[in-house]
Design a protein around this ligand. Structure first.
Ligand SMILES: N[C@@H](CCC(=O)N[C@@H](CS)C(=O)NCC(=O)O)C(=O)O
Length: 300
């Protein structure tokens, strides 16, 4: 499935989402966050005595409190699975630096990447300020969203009933909507002669959108309040919407999609690293290399 997702991400799958917003420059949030606050002027000594020098701590406690958070490293390629995390980071206003993982060139097999993401799939993150103030890495988009939700206390409620609802729809996306939309795109684009594969996955995407449409009949978001479950779904719904124009069968999903796209953080997330993929789209050689890398992977 991930192969198909990956293909979608490279634009070699027509069903892949293409956010309509204009091209943005490469994200380098680091530039912003690297800026240090101006150094505090050295304290003036009231009197040049030993006692007064000793009395002054070298660093005021407030100074440590206000130091800006260190940016999270986002190992990323602009695909529906990558967008989820860019959207969440934007929604939370967390500083981050994009570390491109060019899956069409095989970056996902680099030992340094495998050390943090053993499944050779992006996204992954490294948070230098993890639990206990120590660095932590996280792979699997659902686990990353939950981690960021717990870290920030945003978009992932602590109330158990509400959290269960978010988890249900998050796992529904990770295990259902994403993989099946990816497979539908794969068969439709690379094996259109395989009528069984095309029908099986197109039908399943249609079924899943029907489930979502019923869920959204009496609520604005999947788990009532806007949450990481909505962020997980948006990229895949954009991709699914393009299959045979099937979104027209599901007006509640269509309205939800527009609701999400109206959020500035969603727009920014969908734009993150857009130029990385575009460079590859216009290069047939790169497309050919990508296919070789992405299709036919085996365990040994
Ligand atoms: N279950 C994983 C799926 C991630 C995934 O499939 N990523 C694709 C891009 S959308 C990838 O890295 N593919 C690389 C490859 O196929 O080698 C997640 O949700 O994080």
């Amino acid at each position: 499935m991930a192969k198909a997702d990956a293909a979608a991400s490279l634009g070699i799958q027509a069903a892949a989402a293409k956010p309509s917003s204009k091209t943005s420059k490469p994200k380098n949030k680091n530039e912003k966050t690297k800026k240090q606050p101006p150094a505090k002027p050295a304290p003036k000594l009231a009197a040049r005595t030993k006692t007064s020098v000793k009395a002054k701590p070298s660093r005021a406690p407030e100074e440590t409190k206000t130091s800006p958070p260190k940016p999270i490293k986002l190992h990323y390629w602009p695909t529906p699975n990558g967008w989820k995390i860019a959207i969440m980071l934007e929604e939370c206003g967390l500083p981050y630096e994009v570390r491109p993982v060019n899956i069409g060139k095989g970056d996902q097999f680099q030992p340094t990447f495998l050390a943090i993401a053993p499944n050779n799939r992006m996204p992954a993150i490294v948070d230098p300020e993890g639990p206990g103030g120590k660095s932590i890495s996280v792979f699997e988009s659902g686990a990353i969203l939950q981690y960021l939700g717990r870290k920030t206390g945003k978009f992932y409620p602590t109330d158990e009933r509400k959290r269960v609802a978010v988890d249900e729809w998050l796992f529904w996306q990770v295990a259902g909507l994403g993989p099946n939309t990816g497979q539908a795109g794969h068969f439709r684009n690379y094996a259109p002669g395989n009528a069984y594969g095309v029908k099986r996955y197109t039908d399943e995407v249609h079924r899943l959108l029907g489930v979502m449409n019923r869920r959204l009949a009496d609520r604005l978001f999947l788990a009532d309040d806007y949450s990481i479950a909505d962020m997980a779904c948006i990229g895949w719904v954009i991709a699914a919407a393009r299959i045979d124009g099937m979104i027209e069968d599901f007006p509640n999903v269509k309205a939800w999609m527009e609701r999400l796209r109206a959020r500035p953080a969603v727009t920014k997330g969908l734009e993150t690293g857009k130029q990385l993929r575009e460079a590859q789209l216009n290069d047939p050689k790169a497309q050919e290399t990508a296919r070789k890398i992405l299709f036919g992977q085996r365990g040994k």
